[in-house]
Write a protein that binds this ligand. Sequence first.
Ligand SMILES: Cc1c2[nH]c(c1CCC(=O)O)Cc1[nH]c(c(CCC(=O)O)c1C)Cc1[nH]c(c(CCC(=O)O)c1C)Cc1[nH]c(c(C)c1CCC(=O)O)C2
Length: 344
Amino acid sequence: MTSRQRFLAACACQPLERPPLWVMRQAGRYLPEYRALKEKSSFLQMVRTPELALEVTLQPLRRFPGIDAAILFSDILVIPEALGQPYAFRDTGGIAMAHRIDSRAAVEALAPAEAVGEKLHYVPAALRLIRSELGGAKALLGFGGSPWTLASYMVEGGSSADFARIKTLFYTDRALFDALLGKLSDALITYFRIQIAAGADAIQIFDSWGGILAGPDYEAASLRWIRQIIAALPADFPVILYTKGGSPHLAAQAASGARVLGVDWTIELPKIRQTLPRTVAVQGNLDPILMQTSPEIVARETTRLLDSMRDQAPGHILNLGHGITPQARLECMQALVETVTTYK
Ligand SMILES: Cc1c2[nH]c(c1CCC(=O)O)Cc1[nH]c(c(CCC(=O)O)c1C)Cc1[nH]c(c(CCC(=O)O)c1C)Cc1[nH]c(c(C)c1CCC(=O)O)C2
């Protein structure tokens, strides 16, 4: 069985001897070869140049051939950029958008959703290159941010500590909030269709900031837009929905149309598996900080997770509960890959 078949079987909740493995942010700063490339090209140059995006995407798979899926090297913020709101990295860490979306005029000044097709031509180009390198051996993931997560960067003007501006917009001017989220949803539908046509086997939606809202607010600010996006994609196309801090939302997310729910490390995965319909798979959920400890600890905790899922209903993709950190040790990644791929 190829990695790609294993990955798609897990998305379809079919029984497997061991779960497929990939790691959020698997191409990134913990890899010396990534840091070497970044000496010569900026992050944004790498994202915008298909040959460089291909190279960075493949780096973790070359070093760790046991990984079952590649994820396009890009960023969720290419969507605001395509709509006319560029971004940069703050020297102190975090994101700075070129300006803030703070009025109806600012929302109306954004480019129409179709602009993503022409502005982001480098994305399908990169995906086609990756697909042709991988052939059918590995699964290929595309991705995008959820409308709520993107809107938070756009309205806050970058990374935020308290999300005061986006929450204030949500509570005080629902019509304008909906206008912005509607535009983002349309842009994401176009963007995901393009990724699927260029060879993506699955799409992960990063609802990264969905965990800062409760019940009905989560539904109104995030989940309803995600449902609308998934409904506009080909029937049964595998969508992975990941929300950091999203365990209170999992039951609602199970009815979103997503085939896989990404779970962070703050809840036990077997408990989640038991509460979800058998047609919905789970992804996760080792603590990313484990990757900064030792290979022995990683092997022990990975085995514990695998054992805990062994007698559960099928449908598990092994991953961390959030992105791997720049401080992660290569030996720890090696131990993770070995433990999963040799698991019996
Ligand atoms: C919120 C968010 C962003 N980008 C993304 C999210 C959602 C994921 C999550 O929940 O963590 C998604 C993302 N960003 C990146 C990927 C690549 C695919 C992968 O390997 O998983 C993916 C899937 C590369 C990246 N995106 C970024 C890097 C680091 C860039 C560098 O080399 O310095 C990488 C490898 C930069 C980035 N881009 C963004 C942030 C917050 C940062 C970090 C800024 C900082 O360092 O302070 C926006």
